[in-house]
Ligand binder design. Structure first.
Ligand code: MIC
Ligand code: SF4
Length: 639
């Protein structure tokens, strides 16, 4: 039999409707072992799940609350109550606020080697550290996976990342993924799965591996995966989950589409410079730059080892600047306390915040105007921190510690040895699914923040309207649909669209779009490379659709976003010749004949015909024609 790489093995074990894997690019459907949401994507996903008429979810399903926890008013607590009760009703495990960050809790408690999963968050790929294939997706696709236990994805290419050597003191897993970003950039991972292997992989702990797979999202990768080996076993046993272990690795002689080698011994501390995780330099090159803030935590770097190393480095000293800590989970926070590190952190002047996403998604912790913030997080897109002219750079926990003590960017100059104490079990925090009979009786609580899903029209034969925005490269979903202070509006499409869609790019956008929509126009957006990078938030498609956007025409899309556009009936198209981008201006009147989505596509603008290419799959045509995925689901169910 042909030797298989690890990705092929896990996919083959989960294939639906086929016995062999298709070539890269063709869509495959896989059985999903786990599906999850977090609160900021979860309410919409749950409304869609309810609209599908689902009574009980199929795979292991979890709703985590970790993003929107400020509760300054009724909106977030309403969302949490809805998520708690809808979880009870539909057989979903519920992780209440304060338990921790979804991806971190997921590896602590739910993911097992060899599993497949889909989560309504782009960093779902974090689970790859456990030898599992997990994908980020929009809320609708996650709801569908909960309903059917299946997920469809274009078959990615598999890239072998051979790790050699071992990290030197002061160099951390964050530096490995920053090195990968320096090689591949923010779109070099598109359509790929990074499979890490080699002797260097064996030197990395499970949580170090998760730091690396986590930020595969920043390269636009479909996902990343490590083998399951003695280090995996060690982690699972330390969490009392030894029975969940199974060894998993690629066969000798397995084939890969590409290969790259990273020598861990040659790495030095790195930094991703604002405004992109892909602009990587050495910390040494930036040493001495004044900073105003340090933040540690996020789903990327909030393990016990990360925070304990940070605390050890600070021990006996005081931080020179505002320093905020967001532990990954309550279990980690308790473990830090048991090891004596909570008092070290507090005595050093660190502000210990809630276990959750916090400053990473602009829920508090904004830097001052023109401030520079050093964060152990995964994203530093413009304005995401909540301060429009602040800069965020991304670094490892040890660089964060060294810099917090000096107030300038500083490379760590001494080794730390951490005090190891047993891991903590916090499974008591979860709301477990109820027995079926009890679940049926649960009343779903919908406070005034929970709005009904909007209905959308089918696709007309011809789109005729205006280019409402012309954008450049790398437009992130944070640019399209900002989070931060707008997060409490996630369950209210109209308000979220009117207040936030593209408001950081052009504050007149929402009003212009609504006026255009109400005058019968079909809104068109134009952009360039890597449109929709970053977060999986389907609101970046849902809100524009509510504002009357019917087509987005760019050079290239990020994977999750293109699926979200289709799910909400926005036609994703790419320029056949990228030079044509210059022929279209904001305000131009455009017509696109969409009566035959299978055929050749083009747009007419300024008396010229510009050829376009479908960025959707043939399987998406029915969805687009009906105006969105929910409409298709309902039609198929009725048939
Ligand atoms: C992010 O890091 O951007 C988020 C917030 O976790 C998003 C999800 C969301 O917008 O709710 C993500 O990564 O998908
Ligand atoms: Fe939360 Fe930040 Fe991770 Fe997104 S990237 S899940 S906001 S910690």
């Amino acid at each position: 039999m042909k030797p298989l790489n690890l990705t092929e093995k896990i996919f083959t074990n989960h294939l639906v409707g086929k016995t062999e894997l298709p070539p890269a690019g063709e869509v495959i459907t896989i059985k999903i072992d786990e599906a999850f949401t977090q609160d900021a994507t979860g309410t919409m996903a749950m409304l869609q799940l309810e609209a599908m008429g689902v009574d009980k979810v199929k795979p292991l399903s979890v709703n985590f609350v970790d993003h929107s926890m400020m509760q300054s008013g009724f909106r977030n607590p309403d969302d949490h109550e809805y998520l708690r009760t809808v979880s009870q009703r539909l057989g979903i495990t519920f992780s209440p606020p304060g338990t921790g960050i979804c991806h971190f809790l997921n590896i602590e408690n739910f993911v097992k080697p060899g599993m497949t999963g889909v989560g309504a968050d782009s960093h779902t790929v974090n689970a790859g550290g456990m030898g599992a294939l997990y994908f980020g997706a929009g809320g609708y696709d996650v709801a569908l996976a909960m309903a059917t236990g299946e997920y469809t994805i274009p078959m990615p290419k598999v890239v072998k990342v051979e790790l050699t050597g071992a990290l030197r003191p002061g160099v951390m897993a964050m530096d490995v993924i920053l090195k990968m970003l320096s090689i591949f950039g923010v779109k070099g991972g598109k359509g790929k799965i990074f499979e890490y292997t080699g002797p260097g992989a064996a030197t990395l702990s499970l949580t170090e591996r998760a730091t690396i797979t986590n930020m595969g999202a920043e390269m636009g990768a479909s996902t990343s995966v490590f083998p399951s080996d003695e280090r995996t076993k060690e982690y699972l046993e330390s969490r009392g989950r030894g029975a969940d272990y199974q060894p998993l690795a690629a066969d000798a002689g397995a084939e890969y589409a590409e290969q790259v080698t990273v020598d861990l011994s040659a790495l030095e501390p790195l930094i991703a410079i604002y405004p992109s995780p892909g602009t990587v330099e050495t910390v040494a090159a930036r040493a001495g730059t004044k900073i105003q803030q340090v933040c540690i935590g996020s789903c990327t770097n909030s393990s016990f080892e990360n925070i304990a190393s940070f605390a050890e480095y600070l021990k006996g000293h005081r931080v020179a600047i505002d320093t905020l800590l967001y532990p990954g989970s309550r279990a980690v926070a308790i473990q830090l306390a048991n090891a004596g590190y909570m008092s070290t952190l507090l005595q050093s002047g660190v502000r210990v915040m809630e276990n959750g996403c916090g400053a990473c998604i602009g829920q508090g912790g904004s830097p001052p105007s023109k401030g520079v913030s050093l964060r152990t997080f995964n994203r530093n897109f413009p304005k995401r921190s909540g301060t429009p002219d602040a800069e965020v750079h991304l670094v490892s926990p040890l660089v964060a510690a060294a810099s917090a003590l000096t107030g300038v960017i500083t490379a760590p100059d001494r080794e730390v040895t951490i005090n190891q104490v047993p891991q903590v079990d916090d499974t008591a925090s979860f709301g477990q699914p109820l027995p079926e009979a009890e679940a049926q009786k649960v009343e779903i609580i919908r406070g005034p923040n929970i709005m009904a899903l909007p209905d959308f029209d089918p696709l007309p034969a011809k789109l005729a309207g205006e280019v409402l925005l012309k954008l450049g490269d790398n437009i992130s979903t944070d640019d399209i649909q900002p989070a931060g202070k707008y997060l409490p509006l996630r369950s209210n499409v109209k308000e979220y669209a009117m207040q936030a869609t593209f408001n950081l790019v052009d504050p007149t956008f929402a009003e212009r779009a609504v006026a255009h929509r109400d005058a019968g126009g079909h809104g068109i957006l134009v952009g360039r490379e890597n449109y929709g990078q970053g977060s999986s938030r389907e609101h970046a498609a849902l809100c524009p659709r509510w504002l009357g956007i019917r087509a987005v025409i760019v050079a290239q899309f990020a994977r999750i976003h293109v699926a979200n556009l289709v799910n909400f009936g926005i036609v994703p198209l790419t320029f056949k010749n990228i030079e044509d981008y210059d022929k279209v201006q904001q305000g131009d009147k455009v017509t696109v004949d969409v009566s035959n989505l299978e055929g050749d596509l083009s747009m007419e603008v300024n008396g010229q015909q510009i050829p376009l290419v479908a960025a959707f799959e043939p399987k998406d045509i029915e969805t687009l024609k009906l105006g969105g995925a929910l409409a298709l689901f309902k039609t198929q169910k009725a048939a």
